[in-house]
Design a protein around this ligand. Structure first.
Ligand code: PMP
Length: 353
């Protein structure tokens, strides 16, 4: 072994969904929004002058933090922003999960959680979901060094009620509970109001999904000022300027255009419900997804085979060859036309078998 290797931090990296670039493809594999961001975003980007880029951005990201705070009726001291919610979540893991007891998260969930835990040497325990893929609040009453779960969960799409989340938060005053609301705008109920009552609750959201800005990398956390201060202390110990000037301008513009946001998220929800009905007719089963994706298994055709057949036709969906979920496909909700093309293909393919 080369001598330097003993000093290297070992890491098992997260593998993001592929980003193919084919002219005729239908891309339903990374839960992106099929609609462009608000036209106000383009205007805000065009208004940036090259001169502006000479200076460092505002390290406190004040305008963006202010726009998020304004949208949710919070103060700036209750908001933290980062380079996508991945950055925000990584900072939150580093900041709040520094104890000896294991951090708890579901066994089937966002597969970045165990990667960060591994990277930061955080002890953790994966809590099995119930057989119907729901999170059972009572499972989160064991000794722990913190808790994290998405609501709705990914890749299942199953959402918890605010009461169920409160049960978890109230039972764990000695640790921080992070609710990852990456997909909350597509039909689940946000835990945000609970942050007024519980100082150990951090709610994390993103502009990647419901605000169509995955390419801009903007995420944010909301919680009581004490938590936000701790997050900022870690951020400023790592990189003061995480948000560049374009992201600050684009994020502010997207947050301020409520009407566009409402219009596009409603379209995605309608298309999801249409797709569910069509998939059911074809023999698929799935839970009541509240995300911009559907996690579905077919009654006789194995998911791995369907994944490969779809891929051949340049329809990209996500397949996780992992225990308990290897017979499921995660299908992102695209435009009505894209979903019609998917359903047409599946109709033909399944009939041929
Ligand atoms: N949380 C969950 C549950 C996700 O699925 C994703 C998307 N991969 C993220 C967080 C991170 O999204 P982003 O960094 O684009 O905000």
């Amino acid at each position: 072994m080369e001598s330097w290797k003993k000093n290297v931090r070992e890491a098992v990296p997260y593998v993001p969904g592929e980003q193919p670039d084919l002219p005729d493809m239908i891309k339903l594999n990374t839960n992106e929004n099929p609609y462009p961001p608000s036209p106000k975003v383009g205007e805000a980007l065009c208004a940036i002058r090259d001169q502006d880029l000479r200076l460092y951005p505002d390290p406190s990201a004040g305008e963006l933090t202010g726009a998020v705070a304004g949208y949710y009726g919070l103060s700036r001291e209750q908001v933290f922003v980062g380079v996508g919610s991945d950055d925000v979540l990584a900072m939150a893991f580093l900041t709040f999960f520094n104890g000896r007891e294991p951090v708890l998260f579901p066994d089937i969930t966002y597969s970045f959680y165990d990667v960060w835990a591994g990277l930061f040497r955080i002890p953790y325990r994966q809590v099995p979901l119930a057989d119907d893929f729901t999170i059972r609040p009572e499972d989160y009453k064991a000794v722990n060094g913190g808790i994290v779960f998405p609501n709705p969960n990914a890749p299942t799409g199953e959402a918890l009620s605010r009461e169920a989340i409160e049960e978890i938060v109230a039972a764990n005053p000695g640790g921080v509970v992070i609710v990852d609301e990456a997909y909350v705008d597509f039909g689940a109920v946000s835990a945000l109001p609970l942050t007024e009552k519980y100082d150990n609750l951090l709610v994390v959201q993103t502009m990647s999904k419901s605000r169509s800005l995955a390419g801009m990398r903007i995420g944010y956390a909301m919680g009581n000022p004490g938590l936000i201060r701790c997050l900022n202390n870690v951020k400023y110990s790592f990189n003061s300027y995480t948000m560049d000037q374009t992201a600050l301008a684009a994020g502010k513009a997207a947050m301020e255009d409520r009407e566009y946001f409402e219009k596009t998220r409603k379209k995605v929800i309608e298309t999801r419900e249409w797709t569910k009905r069509e998939l059911a007719k074809l023999g698929f089963s799935f839970g009541d997804s509240m995300g911009n994706f559907i996690f579905a298994a077919h009654e006789f055709c194995p998911a791995g085979e369907l994944f490969a057949a779809l891929r051949e036709r340049h329809i990209f969906v996500r397949y996780f060859d992992k225990p308990r979920i290897s017979n499921y496909l995660r299908i992102t909700v695209g435009t009505p036309e894209e979903m019609e093309a998917l359903i047409d293909f599946l109709k033909k393919y399944l009939r041929q078998e």
